[in-house]
Write a protein that binds this ligand. Structure first.
Ligand code: GAR
Length: 192
């Protein structure tokens, strides 16, 4: 059984959706959740689903070696970033080379990089008058939102003016596709 650690800084709907999806998987499970935010909604979601949640201060995340050792001691095969807002330190990227997957709520390379998360992205899409937006699921490397793209999915933005409505549509797209792409990647990485 492959073991997944999900990192989240906020509400955690994607984290919860991943937990549910992998409950019926014969080959992988969400073993634990990690957050840097002691007020994050993901904490309650994990507890309700019976998954241990670990809250670490920001300093702990900056020490990538300590974090990598801890994840390895928990037999983690894959790290999934689901709304995690801290930059991943180089030592962790090295220890989990091609084994960190992120979801971003835009069609990268558009609207990526530092400071581009959640509602900031959706507002930028609406302000630019784009006709479509979407999600990108990609591997994590040293540069923000620049790792190899595993999959992208798009939706029309049309005349949408409300970034909250766009966020809701993007979340629906994420919930439908993110677990499937993670599952396919695990197969490709560990079975093929
Ligand atoms: C998701 O839309 C995810 O794509 C985004 O944060 C949201 C988390 O929602 N991630 C980023 O913006 C990363 N740059 P959730 O907490 O409900 O899963």
């Amino acid at each position: 059984m492959r073991k997944i650690a999900v990192f989240s800084s906020g509400n955690g709907t994607n984290a919860e959706n991943l937990i549910e999806f992998f409950k019926s998987s014969p080959s992988a499970e969400v073993k634990l959740l990690v957050t840097n935010n002691s007020k994050a909604g993901v904490i309650g979601r994990g507890k309700r689903r019976g998954i241990p949640v670990f809250i670490f201060p920001k300093d702990y995340f900056l020490d990538g070696e300590k974090l990598a050792k801890w994840l390895i001691s928990n037999h983690i095969d894959l790290i999934v970033l689901a709304g995690f807002l801290l930059k991943i330190p180089p030592a962790l990227i090295k220890a989990f080379d091609e084994r960190i997957v992120n979801i971003h709520p835009s069609l990268l390379p558009k609207y990526g990089g530092k400071g581009m998360f959640g509602d900031h992205v959706h507002k930028a899409v609406i302000d630019a008058g784009d006709h479509e937006s979407g999600i990108t699921i990609h591997l994590v490397n040293e540069e923000y939102d620049k790792g190899e793209i595993l999959a992208q999915f798009s939706i029309p933005v049309l005349g949408l003016k409300d970034s909250k409505l766009l966020a809701q549509k993007i979340h629906e797209l994420e919930h439908k596709n993110f677990p499937v792409v993670v599952s396919d990647y695990l197969q490709r990485k560990f079975v093929a």
